[in-house]
Design a protein around this ligand. Structure first.
Ligand SMILES: *[C@@H]1O[C@H](CO)[C@@H](O)[C@H](O)[C@H]1NC(C)=O
Ligand SMILES: *[C@@H]1O[C@H](CO)[C@@H](O)[C@H](O)[C@H]1NC(C)=O
Length: 331
């Protein structure tokens, strides 16, 4: 997570966030090949090694078809039913990270509850801190509150197309952090991801869309394969899937922002998914997603999920190979 915070000097705390991919294009950096320049380090804090109970908070107005795509992706994380390369195979790279006791990140992620905040409890414009108030609403509402699971809960706040969020589209597509006891009642890890399809698809739904105000058309290299069609037909929800994947990888490896990250500044950490932004397959980076699979309609994907679904998720930094990797690698 490239930092969002400290160019904004008013900020009193910093939140790991998924920076936008155009910076990746501009820098054209490519860690798909091994790089000795990456100084990813372990800072002695915990990782999410116990089985994760995942709770979704649907904020705003959601289409059932979009919810189904996202749920099926989350179900796929721990499923052994999908064929290789599967979402669970993709998560194996994340599981390579351990804490100081030698415990790996868990492979057991269970969708354990959902909360529908269709009344927009905190309004249509959210500050970063307001995301924590949304979690408080979800764990205190009656009669259908989510549990405040301090043992192994992980909360995902997903905001719908019409909800504006501080720094969304301008600097981030999502972020993760942990809650403050004064707001939520306990410290629990959480992530927020905004709907990718409406406010800035070119940034937050890449490579299903291109940042058209970058002033440059999508590169026509690689046989025009730089923009891909979404395998489930929903650019917004499927752009979110890759951002959700990114944030899940990072919150699991750096839940309290004191475990796995690169860089000397804990307020501006570069985490295990940041290192591989824009890379979805072999050769990816610099505006080319990399070598991915095509379904029979020509849509791009790189992993299989439950119910025959296909998804496209970015690669993750592999601490053993010291490079970005994913299960669809061809070399
Ligand atoms: C746990 O992490 C270590 C170190 O990266 C790795 O060698 C091992 O294969 C991992 N175990 C699992 C189950 O992923
Ligand atoms: C970018 O593209 C989107 C969708 O194709 C369009 O709605 C939007 O107006 C475009 N923005 C600019 C600045 O061209």
């Amino acid at each position: 997570m490239k930092q969002f915070c400290c160019y904004l000097l008013l900020c009193s705390f910093c939140i790991p966030a998924l920076a936008l991919p155009w910076s990746q294009f501009n820098q054209a950096k490519n860690y798909e090949g091994s790089s000795d320049l990456v100084d990813l380090q372990y800072h002695m804090g915990p990782v999410l090694s116990a089985p994760i109970n995942l709770y979704i908070i649907w904020y705003g107005h959601w289409k059932p078809t979009q919810q189904a795509i996202i749920r099926d992706f989350l179900y796929s994380l721990s499923s052994s039913s999908a064929s290789y390369p599967s979402v669970a195979d993709w998560w194996r790279t994340v599981r390579l990270y351990t804490d100081q006791t030698g415990s790996n990140i868990t492979g057991n992620i269970v969708l354990s509850g959902e909360f529908y905040d269709s009344a927009y409890s905190n309004g249509g414009y959210l500050s970063r801190l307001a995301i924590q108030s949304i979690i408080r609403t979800a764990v205190t509402s009656s009669p259908r509150a989510l549990p405040l699971n301090t043992h192994n809960g992980l909360y995902l706040v997903l905001t719908s197309s019409d909800v504006r969020v501080q720094d969304f589209c301008r600097a981030v597509c999502g972020f993760h952090y942990f809650t403050f006891p004064t707001i939520v009642g306990a410290t629990v890890p959480y992530a927020w991801i905004g709907y990718s399809g409406t406010q800035c698809p070119g940034m937050c739904a890449y490579p299903f869309a291109w940042p058209n105000y970058s002033g440059k058309p999508p590169p026509s290299t690689n046989g025009g394969n730089n923009i891909l069609r979404a395998p489930n037909g929903d650019v917004g929800a499927e752009g979110m899937v890759s951002v959700i994947a990114h944030e899940l990888a990072e919150v699991s490896s750096n839940p309290l922002v004191n475990a796995w990250y690169a860089g000397d500044d804990p307020t501006a950490p570069t985490e295990i998914a940041d290192l591989c932004m824009g890379v979805y397959g072999t050769g990816g980076g610099g505006g080319y997603p990399g070598k991915v699979n095509r379904d029979s309609w020509g849509n791009g994907y790189n992993v299989n999920g439950v119910k025959g679904r296909k998804f496209l998720v970015q690669w993750i930094w592999n601490p053993v190979k010291r490079r970005c990797s994913g299960p669809n690698a061809i070399d």
